[in-house]
Design a protein around this ligand. Sequence first.
Ligand code: FAD
Length: 493
Amino acid sequence: MGKKILIVGAGLSGLTAAAYLSKKGYQVTIIEGSSKIGGRAKSFHYKGYRFDLGASMILMKDVFEKVFSELGTKLEKELNLIDCNPIYRLIYSDNKELDIPHGPNKMSEILEKHEKGSGGKYLNFIKNKAILYNLFVNKIMNNHYKNHLQLIKAILKEKNRWSFVKSISWSLNDEICKIVKNPRLRIALMFNVMYCGTSPVKAPAMLGVLDYAEQKYGLQYSKGGIGEISKALWRISKKNNCKIYFNTKVKKVLSSEGKVSGVELMNGTIMNADKVIYSAPLANAVQKKIIPKKWISKNPLKMKMSCSSINLYLGINKTLKNIKPHTLFMVDDFYDNLKDIFDNYKLSDKFCFYIHSVSQIDKSALPKNNKKGQTIVVLAPTPNLKHKITSEEIKKIEKTIYKRISNYIGENFEKLIVAKKIITPMQWEKDSHLYKGAILGATANTFQMLTFRPNITTKIENLYLTGSDIYFGAGMPLALACGRTASQLIINE
Ligand SMILES: Cc1cc2nc3c(=O)[nH]c(=O)nc-3n(C[C@H](O)[C@H](O)[C@H](O)COP(=O)(O)OP(=O)(O)OC[C@H]3O[C@@H](n4cnc5c(N)ncnc54)[C@H](O)[C@@H]3O)c2cc1C
């Protein structure tokens, strides 16, 4: 058994694989291109304020619990989780608000109040999604099916197989339209699919499992920043003698006699290994010829990529109580906005955006000398770089966001800003190595899920892949699941 493992990338999927393998006694070395661990799930400080670069909220807490427990510890011991309640605040174009509570019965009451009969239909929907969620988490996420046939065979053995088949052949939009008529409530039940980088209109009914996960487990924030998750995984690996090289970029994955044998670094150094786990974004690796595309089960460059985003990281000198930790500014032409982002690759005049504001629930995000302020991270989804966004367009988006928030809070929002940093689609592409600046990798539509995506195993021996473009798809719990599965495949060999 080869014991020397190289892991490229210290994002959550790479760190999870490192934690499992080092705990089992493998000699693990991580090569990280930047100066920090965490990848898209890292926190950073700017002018005293702490921000989360990408991922902000923990969904599917049960997956985190399982991973930490298998690693010999407990989630609550490693992280201090804060519940986010309401789960979201939606603010519509006329500034009317809808708070999404934690708990299916409470949500059903809200729906019933707006539309008679919708509450019961919603509870049935959640019941059905619970079956699918359990099938997904307990069966699919615990195994790696290399092809459609293996996956179908496994699903056909399940009692709830027809629910699964229906869920990938039906659209979520059709299902939600049968529960409620009001377009605003429909949006409330399905915008969360954008977490997978998918247009809710195009999403398969399967992705309604996110509604179930939100209602069952709620949404949490990790006190001290989302970067605490990667720190916890790194603590386990470090204890088990895992090594890490920072500011070290891999130029090429190397092979010898038809097997992967190590990597070449940008400075020309060769590092040999028995196995390599490539956990950095795959589409970028293929585009930059770090990995030849013939080694991978599916060419990631031919996949439809998710949206990009303009992120504003703002420190303001006032607390705006109406802006909840998780707030969404919606537009009535939501469907048109989605079409522009995902299909037309153009910017909409009216667009939705999301705010992640944690300082109300975690004061440690504020500078030591300014506990009266607030941190606001705005994420405005944009088309990926199939649309070549200009600096004038970015400026216009920024101004539109300030105007919209000002209209809601009743004062000039821009005047409250004391710290500001912007990340554009071009920066996501360059600094986070995301092909076309697609923040969530390849989109998760019916023909780009599971065995339709590149496998964790490859066509060449000793190379494994993890991350958002692979098998499970985007999101922190799926990154953990992917790193876990890759390590299990190596351990079980
Ligand atoms: C804006 C945004 C918001 C998000 N919100 C959420 C959320 O709220 N909840 C959620 O669950 N998920 C969210 N996600 C998704 C989640 O952050 C990602 O799916 C997950 O963190 C990806 O982890 P990863 O290990 O696959 O890859 P990454 O985090 O991309 O890590 C890859 C690592 O590889 C390194 N690397 C790249 N190329 C090389 C190279 N050649 N050599 C060496 N190192 C290299 C990078 O520096 C990086 O550290 C969000 C993502 C973004 C961008």
